[in-house]
Design a binder for this molecule. Structure first.
Ligand SMILES: Cc1cc2nc3c(=O)[nH]c(=O)nc-3n(C[C@H](O)[C@H](O)[C@H](O)COP(=O)(O)O)c2cc1C
Length: 560
């Protein structure tokens, strides 16, 4: 049987029982043609399945890049577990080898996975050294260890006494992982690479609302809250949706709509539909591939993605997999050099426009986020900021979480004059994102904008601003065709797209649903979102008597 990298199961810091871990092993085995996992019908089980896959993808990536995973299993009495983990962390901190503690469980068992090149004698020697330390530590705390000189699982009788059934589950895990190791303790357990990791599960959702429910089940609460939340009472967040529901459609009959053509251009770039991807920070929290998966899915759907300044993939990595147009969303930092460098990198990498976000002079009061205090796990960072030396939240700077810290780096003194500064610095067209008033729309054009995105940041900034769809028509009218006008916020249905286009939007941008797609199925999940919206929009066009976008006009919509 092929051995899977179970050692990489993090469970997002949550302690799980050995029994749960055994089931995860079963899941992973099934990924590699092993046992059946049809039992994973309950939400809780699906969550485990997702997490297992999530972490397997990381392992797989490291392995493809030539690393190998080796591991030591440590078992100590539950009463000594915390102490053992703290001391082990100290051991590992002093090593040059990446050796994360993973999958520590409430029954006194955890693993240390060494990511190393076994052909490098220095790395091998270091792994041996660390392994010995772990063994001695475990023994001194009355435990055992399956690493070199360890006693092995055959002698974990103290656990049997303390935990009864847990031990038999643990034996099952060991058997699933490596029967040899169970019988012959005394060597580091080698964990082999799975040949391929695929997420083949079909997504069981009839619409984007159901997809969000699936994602919510899967995501850690902290991540879901960060993604889903809005500012204050979330009035604008709700209103973004509610306003679409208040707009009715007046379909034209007997037009002949056996085919609908929704192709269009956005700032001159061809796209297959007027449905684009909004910039969303930290997509790596939803899926190991993060923005990379989104860029690939956008390319496959022949539409456009906007890459966020605060992405977990670098501009260069994202552009490396792009097969369609990408815009780069820019925050202006107090240190202008950071922003200037980002613009240059976006240009060099081939981005087609800069999207300047103007509605974050300060961070909105996002109470869900304040409660959960989002921090990035160690393997993620805001990659675009590395060259500026901003690898993460400096220790001791804030305990309020990542978001407020990053926002504190933005320039809250920004004015329209700075748009001129930006326009003078780049040949790329600039879209201004965050416009809610027609006078601001005209100012933006005066100072150099080539396009506008009517947006309230998905209800995450100033609460009680109007729904974007409700101000779109007056902005479109004021602009009078001088530049293209886009809208985002609350678009969840093809009929929403129809309404926005009818009110004069060149295209819509979608934010959160992309994250739900990512969480549920990575690249396939984002494709699912885009195809769901495409199909719904196509149907809405046909049912409204619109064979092409030119016929999606304002007479189709009526606000209640
Ligand atoms: C989790 C999250 C992170 C976001 N990060 C950014 C960002 O970094 N820059 C930006 O301009 N907008 C950001 N936005 C706002 C989106 O670009 C977009 O305006 C909004 O999500 C649209 O609303 P929707 O989510 O209802 O589709 C973010 C939105 C969410 C939900």
């Amino acid at each position: 049987m092929q051995v899977a990298p179970t050692l990489w199961l993090e469970f997002h810091g949550t302690e799980v029982s050995v029994a749960e871990q055994a089931r995860t092993v079963q899941i992973i085995a099934s990924e590699h043609g092993g046992t059946d996992f049809s039992w994973a019908t309950k939400a809780e089980d699906r969550r485990k399945l997702w997490r297992a896959r999530h972490d397997v993808v990381y392992a797989d990536k490291a392995l493809r890049e030539g690393a190998q995973l080796w591991a030591t299993d440590v078992c100590v009495p539950i009463s000594r577990l915390a102490e053992c983990i703290t001391e082990t962390q100290k051991d590992l901190a002093g090593s040059f080898l990446p050796a994360p503690i993973v999958g520590h469980v409430g029954d006194g068992n955890f693993h240390v996975g060494f990511v190393l090149n076994p052909n490098d004698p220095k790395e091998m020697a270091e792994a041996e050294r660390l392994n010995q330390q772990l063994v001695h530590r475990a023994l001194s705390l009355g435990g055992t260890c399956t690493g070199e000189h360890g006693i092995g699982c055959g002698k974990i009788d103290f656990l049997l006494a303390e935990h009864g059934e847990a031990v038999s589950v643990m034996r099952a895990i060991k058997t699933a992982l490596d029967p040899d190791n169970l019988m012959n303790p005394g060597k580091i357990l080698r964990v082999q690479s799975p040949s391929a990791v695929t997420v083949s599960e079909t997504i069981q959702a009839s619409n984007l609302g159901e997809l969000e429910a699936l994602a919510r089940e899967l995501l850690p609460q902290m991540t879901y809250d960060y993604y889903a939340g809005g500012a204050n009472d979330e009035t604008t967040l709700r209103e973004n949706r509610a306003a679409y529901e208040r707009i009715t459609l007046l379909p034209r009959m007997l037009v002949g709509v056996n085919a609908t053509d929704m192709t269009t251009t956005v700032l001159g770039e061809h796209v297959s539909m007027p449905i684009l991807i909004a910039p969303v920070a930290l997509e790596g929290l939803a899926h190991p591939e993060g923005e990379i998966a989104t860029v690939k899915a956008a390319g496959a759907a022949q539409t456009l993605m906007t890459l966020a300044t605060l992405s977990t993939s670098s501009i260069e990595d994202a552009m490396g997999v792009a097969s369609g147009p990408i815009w780069f969303q820019l925050y202006v930092f107090k240190d202008r050099d950071i922003s200037a460098a980002l613009v240059k990198r976006a240009e060099v990498a081939g981005c087609k426009a800069i999207v300047l976000t103007v509605d974050v002079p300060m961070l909105g009061k996002r109470e869900r986020g304040m409660r959960t205090r989002l921090m990035l796990p160690e393997h993620l960072s805001v990659k675009n900021l590395w060259p500026a030396g901003l690898q993460g939240v400096p220790k001791g700077v804030t305990d309020s979480g990542l978001d407020p810290y990053l926002a504190s780096l933005f320039d809250s003194a920004l004015t329209w004059k700075d748009l001129e500064w930006l326009a003078g610095m780049t040949k790329l067209p600039i879209l201004v994102k965050g416009i809610l008033r027609s006078d601001d729309a005209l100012r933006a054009i005066k100072y150099g904008a080539s396009g506008l995105i009517v947006s309230n940041h998905g209800g995450r900034q100033l609460d009680t601003t109007p729904a974007t769809i409700s101000v779109l028509p007056e902005i479109v009218d004021a602009v009078a065709g001088a530049v293209e006008v886009y809208v985002d916020g609350g678009i969840r249905r093809g009929t929403d797209v129809l309404k926005a286009v009818a009110y004069g939007a060149r295209a819509v941008l979608v934010g959160r649903p992309i994250l739900w797609g990512l969480a549920v199925g990575g690249e396939a999940g984002v494709k699912f979102v885009l195809e769901m919206l495409r199909q719904e929009f196509s149907l809405a066009m046909a049912l409204s008597g619109c064979p092409g976008l030119a016929s999606v006009t304002r007479d189709l919509v009526r606000a209640l």
